[in-house]
Design a protein around this ligand. Structure first.
Ligand code: 1PX
Length: 173
């Protein structure tokens, strides 16, 4: 994202800050309990770390609610990369990105964040530059890389989705 210009800095900062929260849990005194999504969920439920009612203002958010935010973004990424891989060059990146966002992540964002995201999409580079980001030369090569990535994302997304559904955690505040 940093390679796509300053407009995306706020998105990469948001992503990095949530990854850091999880990394700190993994490196913390209960790090062993954060080795897998399943062990994190069990530990945080058994120890009352997960708050189902509100986000406590003066505490580090739980690993479960932090991962849920990134998990939701992963669905957006899956749809966006699928759109990029199946549209041989006609559609504009911003349209594909916005369509993926409206179908997925937008449902979880406030009106203000949605406006900020819309501005970011307009600043997206053209498809050819996106190909450079994923180190391919043309659509044929991009399709292979993107579809392989999408297949992997789907597997990861479904595993997490199933665990969160089983534990009634899909709406953590
Ligand atoms: C491809 C360029 C990137 C376009 C990004 C589209 C998604 C736009 C997301 C904008 C949201 C950022 C600000 C949101 C902040 C938070 O409110 C919100 C909720 O958290 P909270 O409950 O703690 O407040 N945070 C989130 O939803 C997490 C957003 C994480 C966004 C991750 C985006 C990953 C993008 C990966 C780029 C890959 C580029 C691939 C190029 C071929």
């Amino acid at each position: 994202m940093d390679s796509m210009g300053t407009v995306f800095t706020f998105i990469s900062h948001e992503t990095i800050s949530k990854i850091n929260i999880l990394q700190n849990y993994l490196n913390g005194e209960n790090g062993r309990s954060y080795q897998t999504v399943r062990s994190m969920i069990k530990y945080e439920l058994d120890n009352g770390v997960v708050n189902f009612k509100e986000l406590p203002p003066n505490r580090v958010p739980s690993g479960c609610r932090t991962l849920l935010r990134i998990h939701r973004a992963l669905k957006w990424l899956e749809v966006f990369l699928y759109n990029l891989g199946t549209n041989p060059g006609q559609a504009k990146t911003s349209d594909m990105c916005a369509a993926a966002y409206h179908e997925t992540l937008a449902h979880h964002h406030s009106w203000f964040i949605r406006q900020v995201a819309e501005v970011a999409f307009l600043a997206l580079p053209p498809v050819e530059d996106m190909y450079k980001v994923i180190c391919v030369r043309d659509h044929a090569e991009a399709k292979v890389v993107l579809m392989t990535t999408v297949d992997t994302i789907v597997k990861v997304y479904n595993l997490t989705q199933e665990l969160y559904t089983t534990n009634h955690m899909l709406d953590l505040p």
